[in-house]
Write a protein that binds this ligand. Structure first.
Ligand code: ATR
Length: 273
């Protein structure tokens, strides 16, 4: 999705994938900095490791305790730190600025793909792992009422204790909810069961359903949600919007979302979609 977007923005840049062993992450970041890369994206398990390796951290990274986007920056004549595209010649002193674009991507995906506005709404969140935790913190910050369910109950309780921004209950709701989110890994593998206990909750009690999984495009959870007349969306939007935000951080330009979405769909689901 990045290369077609970079081309559309008229930049002579390339987005490339590098496989880096966690033991070499610090060296790899230093190398990218020395070679005047404009930035990096990091994925599992590097997001947590990179947090300790940045010269400066944006609030988005501090809040979530993880870095998925690095922007290399240098000091302009007026003392301001700017992205490297602002310098005609490679600058001398470059710093690594760590961001996390995942959390905002969750909200944007819910807003744009599901027309869901969290304030005052009730959400059943299934899963309190890495992705579930970020979704919970962000939704609570935006004023949603949360029900947290996790296979390991103590993790849901721990997360609930962390949420000071709004009402949160550990367990299934008795009444209807506006949205149910699958943030567990159930649905990734064929034959996986539904990510909730059918004796404790029915999808007919939810208005909308979001699955963070995007491959397969329609998980058993989303199939069941559609059958129960919920509005549905899968996790492709989260991947898209975290990437779009990263591109905006590096280029200081608005990301061409339509081009990125098309490229992403072709790459993930194949050219027939
Ligand atoms: P991610 O970063 O994608 O959130 P993770 O941190 O490993 O990955 O979290 C995986 C989530 O899926 C957790 O909520 C996990 O539940 P536990 O905390 O009890 O491990 C959940 N999960 C994984 N396999 C599951 C299964 N078979 N049944 C129910 N929940 C499952």
């Amino acid at each position: 999705m990045h290369n077609p977007a970079i081309a559309a923005l008229g930049l002579n840049w390339r987005y490339l994938a590098f496989e880096v062993h966690p033991d070499s992450l610090r060296t790899a970041i230093a190398g990218a900095k020395a070679m005047n890369f404009v930035g990096l994206n990091l994925t599992v398990p590097h997001k947590l490791l990179a947090f300790e390796m940045m010269d400066v951290l944006d609030d988005s990274a501090k809040t979530w305790g993880a870095v998925n986007t690095v922007r290399f920056e240098a000091k302009a004549a007026d003392g301001q730190w700017l992205p490297l595209h602002a310098f005609p010649e490679p600058p001398k002193d470059v710093r690594a600025h760590g961001f996390n674009t995942d959390a905002d991507a969750i909200l944007r995906a819910l807003r744009e793909d599901l027309k869901f506005e969290p304030r005052g709404k009730s959400v059943l969140l299934l899963g309190a792992g890495g992705a579930g935790r970020v979704a919970a913190l962000k939704l609570a910050q935006e004023g949603a009422k949360l029900y947290l369910v996790n296979r390991t109950v103590s993790k849901a309780e721990q997360l609930a204790a962390e949420l000071k921004d709004g009402p949160v209950i550990v367990g299934y709701p008795k009444e209807e909810v506006d949205l149910v989110i699958n943030a567990t890994s159930l649905g990734l593998k064929p034959g996986d069961s539904l990510p909730f206990d059918a004796k404790s909750f029915s999808l007919s009690r939810a208005r909308a359903a979001y699955d963070m999984i995007y491959r397969p495009a329609e998980t058993p959870f989303l199939c069941a949600a559609s059958a129960a007349s919920c509005r549905t969306a899968n996790g492709l939007g989260m991947l898209l919007y975290q990437g779009a935000k990263a591109l905006e951080l590096w280029t200081s330009k608005t990301a061409p979302i339509t081009i990125m979405r098309e490229a992403l769909m072709q790459n993930v689901y194949g050219p027939s979609v």
